[in-house]
Design a protein around this ligand. Sequence first.
Ligand SMILES: [Zn+2]
Length: 88
Amino acid sequence: MKKVTCPNCGNYGSPPTVEESAKAFGIEEDQNIGAFRMRGQIEGRPIWICNQCDAGLWIKFFGKPKLIMGDVLQGLKNDWESGTGSKF
Ligand SMILES: [Zn+2]
């Protein structure tokens, strides 16, 4: 997984792989793995949440990640928490 920089706070790193997330999921706080955590997706591209400032990043194939905040981020949070029953 490529590394990205959070456009909001400059946090730099990569999220855990899907396998690592699955392993940690429900067992330990997966929020502490890496600089970002994966939380759902939009149009098939993953959404990462910055572990430092809690901004959402929409990771695209090309170009810079798109910052997701406000209502859209709140919507993702609601979907995640109602869909998985775990903390966003
Ligand atoms: Zn950040």
